[in-house]
Design a protein around this ligand. Structure first.
Ligand code: APR
Length: 252
């Protein structure tokens, strides 16, 4: 089946589908100028070591280095805009309320910026700050560190107990947000079509939702210009980019 016929047959599956789940990864935002993680040469992990920048241990070992790296990514992401793929998903949700559940591994907030509703963010949001530890109970804190009292720094720290602020993303080895994960699992179990867009499928449990969908009888479609680790879970492979395929598949 070549890409063209896949688009046509997948389009028919979209029209037939009662409940659609969409799982997106970094490739979804590539055409907005956000680097992916594992693309050769251009992916972040081609230049940086995830174990030195995206784990709690790395942050505790060198908070300034990790904070600076996220600060540089935030700076870059501040100016990116949703692409035609993000917009096609948001418009489909507006036209067909409750019919499409969006599950993302992305921390860039571009689905939300495009107007998507109820986006299940499995890996957090890079623009959020959260406290590294529970409050260390200094008298000034009253048991809860206040961001408003944080002392500037790389990273900022609680002025009372010294607790550090960290980016609100899920690092390797950390638990995913339980509510979003449970809702994503439910969407994967109950959908009759899952579109897997712009992910290598290298990271679990997010990648597992494609197998869950297939296991529960849904049709699974992978949209990715390159082979991915989820191709074997797919009924159709669309070798195209997110911003080119999604408008064609989701337009009314
Ligand atoms: N459209 C669709 N897919 C694309 C595009 C595009 N324009 N450009 C690249 N891709 C595909 C690549 O072929 C690759 O398979 O997107 C995928 C990106 O894969 P990764 O870089 O591994 O990103 P992702 O799957 O989201 O990574 C999962 O790993 O590093 C962690 O927490 C991070 O959420 C991330 C998780």
């Amino acid at each position: 089946m070549n890409a063209l016929s896949d688009l046509v047959s997948v389009r028919a599956w979209v029209d037939e589908a009662r409940a659609i789940a969409v799982l997106t990864g970094a490739g979804m935002s590539a055409e907005s100028g956000v680097p992916t993680f594992r693309d050769a040469q251009t992916g972040l992990w081609a230049t940086f070591k995830p174990e030195e920048l995206a784990t709690e241990a790395a942050f505790r070992a060198n908070p300034a280095q990790v904070w600076d790296w996220y600060a540089s990514r935030r700076e870059m992401m501040k100016d990116v805009r949703p692409n035609a793929g993000h917009e096609a998903l948001a418009r489909f949700q507006q036209r067909h309320p409750g019919r499409l559940t969006l599950i993302t591994q992305n921390v860039d907030g571009l689905h939300q910026a495009a107007g998507s509703v109820g986006t299940l963010s499995l890996h957090g949001n890079i623009f959020d700050d959260v406290w590294l530890d529970p409050c260390m109970g200094a008298p000034g804190c009253g048991g809860v560190c206040a961001v408003s009292r944080a002392q500037p720094g790389r990273p900022p720290a609680c002025g009372d107990c010294g607790n550090l602020l960290r980016p609100g993303v899920v690092w390797f080895g950390e638990m995913l947000p339980a509510v979003a994960l449970a809702a994503a699992e439910d969407a994967a179990q109950t959908c009759d079509l899952m579109l897997v867009v712009g992910t290598s499928g290298a990271v679990w449990p997010a990648a597992g939702s494609a197998h869950t969908a297939r296991h529960n009888g849904a049709r699974v479609v992978v949209i990715n210009p390159q082979p991915s680790e989820l191709d074997d879970a797919a009924h159709a492979l669309v070798r195209a980019t997110a911003a080119s395929a999604l408008p064609a598949l989701l337009a009314d």
